[in-house]
Ligand binder design. Sequence first.
Ligand SMILES: NC(=O)c1ccc[n+]([C@@H]2O[C@H](COP(=O)([O-])OP(=O)(O)OC[C@H]3O[C@@H](n4cnc5c(N)ncnc54)[C@H](O)[C@@H]3O)[C@@H](O)[C@H]2O)c1
Ligand SMILES: O=c1ccn([C@@H]2O[C@H](COP(=O)(O)OP(=O)(O)O[C@H]3O[C@H](CO)[C@@H](O)[C@H](O)[C@H]3O)[C@@H](O)[C@H]2O)c(=O)[nH]1
Length: 293
Amino acid sequence: MVVLDDLSTGFAENIPAGVEFHRLSVHDVAQVLTLDAGFDGVLHFAGRIEVAESVARPDVYWHNNVQGSLALLAAVRAAGTPRLIFSSTGSMYQAEGTEKLTEDARVRPRNPYAATKLMVDMMLAGECGAFGLGAASLRYFNAAGAVGRLGERHDPESHLIPIVLQVAAGQRDELLLYGDDYPTPDGTCVRDYIHVSDLATAHLLVLETIQPGPHEVYNLGNGNGHSNKHVVDAVRDVTGRAVPVKLAPRRDGDAAATVASSEKARRELGSQPAKPELHRIVADAWAFHRARH
Ligand SMILES: NC(=O)c1ccc[n+]([C@@H]2O[C@H](COP(=O)([O-])OP(=O)(O)OC[C@H]3O[C@@H](n4cnc5c(N)ncnc54)[C@H](O)[C@@H]3O)[C@@H](O)[C@H]2O)c1
Ligand SMILES: O=c1ccn([C@@H]2O[C@H](COP(=O)(O)OP(=O)(O)O[C@H]3O[C@H](CO)[C@@H](O)[C@H](O)[C@H]3O)[C@@H](O)[C@H]2O)c(=O)[nH]1
């Protein structure tokens, strides 16, 4: 296995021991992904991932996520790599309420980040049709939880669960809760959190099934919608700590609700999340947090 990452938001200490690593941008992947190297597949995770940042700096997102993926596809084609899995997003769908979103639900990206993911999904469909690549876009809903020393970690942190854990740990005074006037049961946004280990397992299942030619899309979530207030309650339960909350204006680009139907992944891949409960996901994230501080 070869890992390529420019470490723009990633951490060198997370790279498994013994793995060949290149600190390189995806734009320059052709330096490593050559015909001679004989790779049998690519897992494409590289990209910028933050909704609010993408609203403020759409140029960065088009460059990194779309142009970077174009460079990768050119290299994949030149090297004759037969299969590719792409980290797409469940946040591109247009939800009416908290209904479970299937892969054929209407898409309406609400921010440049989600738009870049949809654009790459469309590029992959074309690439498969024209050149015979076998590809899958995995539309993750909200990845969360942790596996041992590998967990959610951004600098600065912007994601809900790690921020609420920082508040519980006394490292932040309060959670700024972005909006409570959404058309959801308690007025706060609703998300579908999936354990990162269940996401990893789904990738392995997809790798076994990909055939040259088609482009497949799979939604990966648990089908459970949790409001932001519900996440705060789960953190209070798991940690036994207080979590002060201060209401703040809505965050630009946020969708009211995204909840997955992962029926297609279950049916076609045999994907069955082992850790679907929010409390388990939060408990694993809390264990990761405590081990680091
Ligand atoms: N975290 C989620 O809830 C979630 C949900 C849906 C999709 N995704 C997607 O999953 C993928 C991984 O997300 P994550 O949560 O682990 O985020 P992350 O920021 O921790 O990981 C992204 C990685 O890509 C690297 N990277 C960024 N730009 C690069 C470039 N130009 N060249 C090489 N490497 C580059 C970063 O250094 C980092 O290691 C992303 O594509 C993201 O959009 C994440
Ligand atoms: O300090 C905070 C941080 C977040 N939120 C809210 O919490 C919810 C979840 O936000 P966040 O954890 O930032 O995740 P999302 O914006 O839902 O996006 C994540 O989930 C998407 C898939 O659904 C991925 O594509 C993105 O990469 C990933 O960042 C949203 O309503 C935010 O407004 C707050 O209220 N306060």
